[in-house]
Ligand binder design. Structure first.
Ligand code: PRP
Ligand code: URA
Length: 209
C-alpha cells in the first residue's frame, strides 16, 4: 500500500493559506505554486540514491556524496501541473520533463487524454507526477497508468491540495505509488471541486477566468 505524506512545515502551510485566498492574483498565485513545489521537492527527493565521490577542495580530499545513476523525470499534468515545474527544476535542473495532457470532461468527470510525451528512457528514471489538485483522482490515476505503460516503475505523486476521495482512488488503483501533498481537505462538492480547496487551479494559474 502506498504512503501518504502530508506536509506540516510552517512555510508550506503559510504559502498554502495565501494560495487558497480568492483575492490572490494570478502573478502571486503562480509564484506561490512554484515556491511550494520547490519546498515540497526536498521531501519528495529524500530517498534518492547517493554514491561516494572524492572531491578535491582547496585544502584536501573530501569523501563526499553525489546523486547516483539516472536523474529524475518530472511529469506535469497539463495544464495546472505546469505551474509546479519551475519550482522543482530550480532544485534539480538536470531532471527530464515529460508532459501528459488530460482534462476532466465536465459532464462525465472522466479524464480525457490529449497529449503524452515522455523521455525515451523514462523506464530507468524515478518519475514524479506533478498536479496541484487531486480531486476525484481520475486524472492522476490515468496519468500514472500512461507512465506505467511506458515501463516506469518508481513513481511518486506530488499534489498541493488533495481530497480524501482522490487519495483513496490512488491508493486503490496504484498501491505502489506514494502521495505527497501539502493539505488534505474536507471533500468534494457536487461539481467535484475540492472544498474548501482553492478553486480551479488551471484558471487561477493562467488567468483564464
Ligand atoms: C484539474 C487539475 C487536475 C484535475 C483534478 O485539471 O489540475 O488535473 O483537475 O481533478 P480529478 O482529480 O477529479 O481528476 P483540469 O481538468 O481542470 O484541467 P486544466 O489543468 O487544464 O485546467
Ligand atoms: N480541479 C481544480 O482545479 N480544482 C478542484 O478543486 C478540482 C479539480
Amino acid at each position: 500500500m502506498g504512503q501518504v505524506h502530508a506536509f506540516d512545515h510552517p512555510l508550506i502551510q503559510h504559502k498554502i493559506a495565501m494560495l487558497r485566498d480568492k483575492n490572490t492574483n494570478t502573478k502571486d498565485f503562480r509564484e506561490l505554486v512554484s515556491e511550494i513545489a520547490m519546498l515540497m521537492c526536498y521531501e519528495v527527493t529524500r530517498n534518492l540514491e547517493l554514491e561516494d565521490v572524492d572531491v578535491e577542495t582547496p585544502v584536501g580530499i573530501a569523501h563526499a556524496k553525489m546523486l547516483a545513476g539516472k536523474n529524475l523525470c518530472f511529469v506535469p499534468v497539463l495544464r495546472a501541473g505546469l505551474g509546479m515545474v519551475d519550482g522543482v527544476l530550480s532544485l534539480i535542473p538536470m531532471a527530464k520533463v515529460g508532459h501528459i495532457g488530460l482534462y476532466r470532461d465536465p459532464d462525465t468527470l472522466q479524464p480525457v487524454e490529449y497529449y503524452c510525451k515522455l523521455p525515451f528512457d523514462v523506464a530507468q528514471r524515478e518519475v514524479v507526477v506533478l498536479d496541484p489538485m487531486l480531486a476525484t483522482g481520475g486524472s492522476a490515476s490515468a496519468a500514472i497508468s500512461f507512465i506505467k505503460q511506458r515501463g516506469a516503475k518508481a513513481i511518486k505523486l506530488m499534489n498541493l491540495i488533495a481530497a480524501p476521495e482522490g487519495v483513496e482512488k490512488i491508493l486503490r488503483d496504484h498501491p505502489d505509488v506514494d502521495i505527497y501533498c501539502a493539505a488534505i481537505d474536507q471533500g468534494l462538492n457536487a461539481h467535484a471541486y475540492i472544498v474548501p480547496g482553492l478553486g480551479d487551479a488551471g484558471d487561477r494559474l493562467f488567468g483564464t477566468k
